[in-house]
Design a protein around this ligand. Structure first.
Ligand code: IPM
Ligand code: MN
Length: 341
């Protein structure tokens, strides 16, 4: 039977990535019934709502969505009666409206993608409801702007419980809580305190913590020491890009965003993808989230075959997308992957 999946199409390179994923999943023998919804600026350009209610109803009903990055409207700051305010970001609003609270980003080597390291394999788990992402910044008086870092006990406890349960399910033996509690004694102090509280219920998992600056140094020196990292919204955003850079860049990445009863498999990397000409997008930043989705849908064998096929093409090195130093278009690269399936 076909799996029902909502496909959230954000436009730009997303169109090519969608075609590639459909082709690869079909070739791998997986039947998916896609319910496609356009969102973000591309939906606006089509005269529709950027984030229509029907989209969220569909995602909640299906429980599973695959999403490309949503393009933002032109312009960065909007004037209000109280002075300039930075606008909402569609991708963040999307997370908020679905109550997505944790973004799991697997960081591991992919054969055929050059990396300075071997044996990297950790999960970066990022809290995605609060921190500096919770409120939009605003100008108080000209020359003075303000943004708030929000940390709540309830969100932290839920996030860490989720992270420990995930680590246990995956047989991972340690979690590093990443913080800056030496300076942000209240905000990151509360965060760390919640981590320690939850850790007591998981004696089988070593609960470690590390300040975020040292984490960066450790990551670029000896990334193999990490199994799971639990980070707040902003540090998690930075560390997930750092992690991607450790294992070959945006091609090696995926994000699985969790809410109550919903999972959104998201392509989040690749700034400037909206400027890529048609049929030139690298499809891997959406293929890897789709692979994560297949694992959760019970299609593990197909997921493994797709990864092996991608790795075979990358290792051969004859057909590569432009951002990996080659000249293959999206369709050409996709057909090379399909050829290995
Ligand atoms: C990510 C992205 C997003 C973020 C953007 C697209 C809003 O960079 O998920 O890592 O900053 O959270
Ligand atoms: Mn990011």
């Amino acid at each position: 039977m076909a799996h029902r999946v909502v496909f959230v199409q954000g436009g730009g390179a997303g169109f090519d990535q969608e075609a590639a994923v459909r082709r690869v999943l079909t070739a791998a023998g997986v039947a998916i019934d896609y319910d496609v919804h356009c969102a973000g600026r591309t939906a606006l350009d089509q005269g529709k709502d950027a984030l229509p209610g029907t989209l969220f109803e569909a995602v909640r009903a299906a429980g599973v969505a695959l999403k490309t990055k949503l393009l933002q409207p032109q312009g960065t700051v909007t004037p209000t009666a109280h002075g300039p305010k930075s606008p909402a970001n569609y991708n963040l609003d999307f997370r908020r409206r679905l109550g997505l609270f944790a973004s799991v980003r697997p960081v591991h080597n992919v054969a055929g993608l050059p990396s300075r390291f071997t044996g990297v394999n950790f999960l970066l788990v990022r809290e995605i409801t609060e921190d500096l992402y919770a409120s939009s910044e605003h100008e108080i008086v000209p020359g003075v702007v303000q943004s708030f870092k929000i940390v709540t006990e309830a969100a932290c406890l839920r996030f860490f419980r989720f992270t420990f349960e995930l680590a246990r399910k995956q047989g991972r033996k340690s979690i590093h809580c990443i913080h800056k509690a030496n300076i942000l004694k209240l905000a990151d102090g509360l965060y760390l305190e919640c981590f320690r509280k939850v850790a007591k219920d998981f004696p089988d998992i070593a609960a470690k913590d590390l300040i975020v600056d040292n984490t960066c140094m450790q990551l670029v020196s000896k990334p193999q020491q990490f199994e799971v990292m639990a980070a707040g919204n902003l540090y998690g955003d930075l560390l997930s890009d750092l992690g991607a850079g450790l294992v070959g860049g945006t091609s090696a990445t995926a994000a699985v965003n969790h809410g109550d009863g919903v999972k959104v498999y998201e392509s989040v990397y690749g700034a400037g993808y909206e400027t890529i000409s048609p049929d030139h997008a690298n499809p891997l930043p959406l293929i890897f989230p789709a692979v994560e989705m297949l694992k959760d849908l019970g299609e593990t064998a197909a997921a493994t075959r797709i990864v092996k096929a991608v790795e075979a093409v990358l290792t051969e090195g004859k057909v590569r997308p432009a951002d990996l130093g080659g000249s293959a278009g999206t369709a050409e690269f996709t057909e090379a992957v399909v050829g290995k399936l």
